[in-house]
Design a protein around this ligand. Structure first.
Ligand SMILES: NC(=O)c1ccc[n+]([C@@H]2O[C@H](COP(=O)([O-])OP(=O)(O)OC[C@H]3O[C@@H](n4cnc5c(N)ncnc54)[C@H](O)[C@@H]3O)[C@@H](O)[C@H]2O)c1
Ligand SMILES: O=C(O)C[C@H](O)C(=O)O
Length: 340
């Protein structure tokens, strides 16, 4: 990553959309890369989204952020990714009425394939990519497949929002501050099949499973709460937000994206425990190599590494396997469409 005098180039796709708008001001103020790191923003949109992105660029100028070295707005992926250090791939095709999953995968293949190729052609050597646009894991797989010269480990998908949701639900159940909880894990896909796992989580250093047993009146009751309430609540939180707000999560998604990049670049702090990131599997925990699946992850010296050696119970195994099977199905579907 650049030193504090050279601006870091951050490319944001879908910059005229909701999450884009929530992200831009936090990036420009230094919350993502640091209070002493200048940034140059490249905003990529499709033609019909350009006006919204241009309006956001005007507002960025009006906010007079001292760290903001410049803003370019474009609908040209090659220009947008030229020299990019951090690529935030937020723009995606939402599922429309009557669209099947395969239609969505095909439509997004048409976006993430060319964007991967543009990253391959022009990105800086240290490029880091996070895919937010859904289906995020498989979109990241498609982008990576079109960027053969970029190490696959630089392509990630966002499950930090799910991770943060799990922290929030656990804190509420234990009536404890969220900052005392560490080492929850999201496994698998950013979808309803994901597995939010608290088996290694602690609150102020104490394992949460006994605390949950105390809270719910026994270990069986705690396990029932986990299986019937906590896991589905976290996994389907996106749908709950859509139902209550009338549109999908924006502020929390932007916040999680900031957390994801900040921890990747700056490192996870050992005192705060691990985070969750969807990244290409190296075969750890029985997840087939190459699938972009969420794991417990630490970031050290700018590199993400999967936390190794965690015990996986039968309860956890079945849930991890189910989400990984969904990911393998998505991979097979995009492969059949010729997108990989
Ligand atoms: N991974 C997560 O945790 C998570 C959380 C929330 C939302 N999401 C997903 O993030 C995506 C964006 O959400 P939003 O609320 O900002 O949607 P939005 O519709 O407000 O904005 C999306 C923007 O992307 C643009 N876009 C579409 N195709 C593009 C392309 N090829 N290149 C550049 N820009 C393009 C659109 O013009 C639009 O302005 C959606 O796919 C949503 O499902 C993911
Ligand atoms: O669930 C969705 O469709 C939106 C998003 O991925 C979310 O998790 O909020």
């Amino acid at each position: 990553m650049a030193n504090s005098e050279t601006p870091v180039t951050v490319t944001l796709t879908g910059a005229g959309g909701q999450i884009g708008y929530a992200l831009l001001f936090r990036i420009a103020s230094g919350q993502m890369l640091g209070a002493d790191v200048p940034v140059r923003l490249r905003l990529l949109e499709i033609p019909q989204g350009l006006k919204a992105a241009e309006g956001a660029a005007l507002e960025l100028q009006d906010a007079a952020f001292p760290l903001l070295a410049g803003v370019d707005v474009t609908d040209d992926a090659t220009a947008a990714f030229d020299g990019v250090n951090v690529a935030l791939l937020v723009g995606a095709r939402p599922r429309g009425p009557g669209m099947e999953r395969a239609d969505l995968l095909a439509a997004n293949g048409g976006i993430f394939g060319p964007q991967g190729a543009a990253i391959n052609a022009g990105a800086a050597d240290d490029v880091r990519v996070v895919v937010v646009g859904n289906p995020a894991n498989t979109n990241a797989l498609i982008a990576s497949a079109h960027a053969p010269d970029v190490p696959a480990e630089r392509f990630t998908a966002l499950t930090r929002l799910d991770h943060n949701r799990a922290l929030g639900q656990l804190a509420a159940a234990l009536d404890a501050p969220v900052g005392g909880i560490r080492d929850v894990t999201i496994w698998g896909n950013h979808s309803a099949s994901q597995y939010p796992d608290v088996s290694h989580a602690t609150l102020d250093g104490a394992p949460v499973l006994p605390l949950l047993a105390e809270r719910f009146g026994g270990a069986d009751a705690a396990e029932r709460w986990l299986a019937e309430e906590f896991i589905p609540r976290v996994a389907k939180r996106g749908a709950e937000i859509i139902e209550v707000r009338g549109s999908s999560s924006v502020g929390s998604a932007a916040s999680a994206t900031i957390d994801h990049v900040r921890d990747w670049v700056g490192g996870t702090s050992p005192g705060a425990g691990w985070t969750s990131v969807a990244l290409p599997s190296d075969g750890s925990y029985g997840v087939p190599e190459g699938l972009i699946s969420s794991f417990p992850v630490e970031s050290v010296d700018g590199r993400l590494r999967i936390v190794q050696g965690l015990a996986v119970s039968e309860f956890s195994r079945a849930r991890i396997d189910a989400s990984v099977a969904e990911l393998a199905g998505e991979r097979d579907a995009v492969r059949a469409l010729g997108l990989l």
